[in-house]
Design a protein around this ligand. Structure first.
Ligand code: SF4
Ligand code: SF4
Length: 184
């Protein structure tokens, strides 16, 4: 035996333990006891879980009280975005209260990490993350949401629905991609 090394022997199993039957019955008892408990499984999409406040889902571009897009194409959200997934092309605004508005505004949802930095950076409260999480597509192109798609998300979730309200925000806007408004 090597000096300084302590050999630890595995404890001997008794005959009862070698049978494994007690453990088998104990496992079955636990399994059957769950038959009579309330299920924690949610029957999605008919049932929707209550997302915690602050959970971050699909973006939206907000409108002002006149129905105009609030965004002034300042590019601060795109600058703050760590995933570099926001593309904005500005154009002169037709309204006297702002210089610019977005001609195009695209977010690549496959690159987005839903950090919320764009929302934090926006000086106009023009971009927000909603509680909508159930969007998917079978093509990469359809996962790029454009200006009209982002405004469509706003129209479905605001103004009556509170920001990032999880279940409430998901109601009626359950699958924006399925309803074709990622590229409205
Ligand atoms: S949530 Fe984060 S990663 Fe997604 S667009 Fe906004 S800043 Fe970029
Ligand atoms: S969404 Fe906000 S931060 Fe982004 S370009 Fe528009 S006004 Fe600027």
């Amino acid at each position: 035996m090597t000096v300084g090394v302590k050999v630890v022997k595995a404890p001997e199993m008794t005959v009862w333990e070698r049978l494994y039957l007690p453990m088998v019955f104990k496992g079955l008892a636990i399994t059957f006891s769950h038959f009579f408990r309330k299920s924690v499984t949610v029957q999605f999409p008919e049932e929707r879980p209550e997302y915690p406040y602050g959970s971050r889902g699909l973006h939206r571009l907000n409108r002002d009280s006149d129905g105009r897009v609030k965004c002034v194409a300042c590019d601060m959200c795109a600058t703050a975005c760590p995933a570099n997934c926001i593309s904005i092309v500005g154009q002169p605004s037709p309204w006297p209260d702002r210089e610019k508005m977005p001609e195009t505004f695209e977010i690549n949802l496959l690159r987005c990490i839903f950090c919320g930095f764009c929302e934090e950076a926006c000086p106009e409260d023009a971009i927000e993350l909603t509680g909508i999480h159930d969007f998917a597509s079978d093509s990469r192109e359809n996962m790029i949401i454009d200006r009209e798609g982002l405004l469509a998300v706003y129209d479905k979730t605001a103004p009556s629905r509170p920001r990032r309200a999880g279940k409430t925000a998901s109601e009626g806007a359950s699958n924006v991609e399925r309803e074709g408004s990622l590229h409205a």
